[in-house]
Design a protein around this ligand. Structure first.
Ligand SMILES: [Zn+2]
Length: 151
């Protein structure tokens, strides 16, 4: 009897992590918890697999930054209640619109954060949304203020 076994690598897109700035795409994109699973196959059917690498990656180009298993587990559990892609997009558009608002000028991102929190009834993830808002300001004002984009 011939046993046909092999190894293959499979990319898995996991938990949604919101809209973040992608340096490779040069724009804001949906980000996900990504991982490469190594699979041991028997007659082309996976019989055993393990995680080879995990990273926070852009949904379009897959680029991002690598994280360890512990951090991946933490993010996976933490982001269970995070808004979905549709709500994430609406929050992003709201931020972009209001970032240009005179009341929020110049760079009053704390105030915009409060508006976002109130309008979308967000619980938790304060740091993520503050970072998103800060980066929206940074991108919009990069030419004038040379603001720094934060990963
Ligand atoms: Zn990208």
């Amino acid at each position: 009897m011939i046993l046909l076994c092999g190894l293959r690598r499979k990319k898995i897109r996991g938990r949604y992590l919101g809209i973040r700035y992608c340096r490779r795409c040069g724009r804001f994109q949906h980000f996900y918890l990504m991982r490469f699973n190594k699979q041991l196959t028997l007659f082309f059917v996976p019989v055993f697999w393990w995680t080879e690498m995990t990273w926070v990656g852009c949904g379009i180009c897959n680029q991002g930054f690598q994280i360890d298993q512990k951090e991946a587990k933490r993010l996976d559990e933490c982001y269970v209640s995070f808004p979905n892609e549709e709500k994430g997009r609406r929050i992003y558009e709201f931020c972009v619109d209001h970032a240009w608002n005179q009341e929020n000028c110049p760079k009053n991102w704390d105030r915009l954060f409060e508006q976002v929190k109130e309008r979308f009834a967000l619980n938790g993830f304060d740091d993520d949304f503050k970072k998103l808002i800060r980066n929206i300001f940074a991108v919009q004002e990069a030419a004038r203020c040379q603001s720094k984009i934060v990963d």
